[in-house]
Design a binder for this molecule. Sequence first.
Ligand code: ADP
Ligand code: ASP
Ligand code: MG
Length: 401
Amino acid sequence: MALVVMKFGGSSVANRERIQNVAGIICSSAREGNEVVAVVSAQGDTTDELIAKAGEISLKPSKREMDMLLATGEQASAALVAMAVDALGVRSVALTGWQAGFNTNATHGSARIKHLDTERLRAELDRNNVVIVAGFQGVDPAEDITTLGRGGSDTSAVALAAALKAEVCKIYTDVDGVYTADPRKIKKARKLEEISFDEMLEMSQLGAQVLLSRSVELAKKYNVQVEVLSSLTGNPGTIVKEAVNVEGMLIRGVTKDTSFVSISVISVPDRTGIAYKLFSVLGSKGISVDVILQSVERDETRDISFTIAESELERALALLQEHKDSIGFRELTVDKDVAKVSIIGSGMISNAGVASRMFGALSDAGISIRMITTSEIQISVIVDRKEVDRAVEAVHDEFIK
Ligand code: ADP
Ligand code: ASP
Ligand code: MG
């Protein structure tokens, strides 16, 4: 007998048939003698629909009420899945995030889990119940409902697996596992049997939506073995764990990210401390900057370009304008036509020439590179947004045979 945590994403519970299918997976694991905790997302596009509904009522809805609203999506699917499990003759109980013990901070919309109180969950398992938990939500110290940020049910599942010391956390989704690139976009993408926490973390942070990066951080921290697999095909998935068999691959994956923009600060005086001043203005308000590029000096000034999340653009521009005189720049320009293409793989550490192969593949495809950043196991380039899919394909073709 083992304790298994499962998570089913929105598409896996999108309609009656899918819910019954999920109930079947849960029941067969329970009938094998396992203790089962299943975390569920809201059905299909429910979360987007609720956001749109709020937008019809208010231009700037309060974050507290948004959480109150969005949490209902997961609550509904937890109840429906529990009913479907019951109908198959296995006893189950559905719990909201707060009933399941998710205590978070008060940052509505992107709350962090502070503590997981598993007493109620444990008691339900001891009563031989399968427990269905509404993902993506918790409760703050003021007993207000919070949500964990988009895609947050992955985090709920891994946190539960860590707290309950589960044997495995199975993330059921709409693809067979983690691929070398988004299998919906890149036909030649290959499924990986295994991937390390560090590689998966980079893949998630750099745009592979299949696992939320926060959930991978938690899995690494608590050494939770995660399996990503399909709720529909029954095929073996991808195991995410500490050390892996690299299958002789130099590059494990290629990702794209189109969720950011580039800001250029034009004619910044070439004085010591100016870059510090510029980025501390943004940092002090929690705006994180990603790739940075400085132009060469001309007439004792430089241009500094950097990328930030598109959702932070208005705030960043307002802040920079507010400090225009103290930073001393001439003007700001914004470029939304940018995207990041990255290659990830721990095999890169000991291999020279990977970057030049990547740049060569892009050059052969006629795609120009605007900025570059690298870390030990990752190389990213910024390209025109309209070229991004071609760029991913060219780079994937170069490294993944
Ligand atoms: P869920 O609703 O189950 O949480 P998501 O939509 O969040 O599912 O994540 C699954 C999607 O992630 C897939 O449909 C796929 O298009 C996308 N994806 C992007 N990159 C990858 C990758 N490298 N491997 C697998 N899937 C990926
Ligand atoms: N329903 C939430 C979302 O769409 C959380 C999740 O699916 O993980 O972002
Ligand atoms: Mg997801």
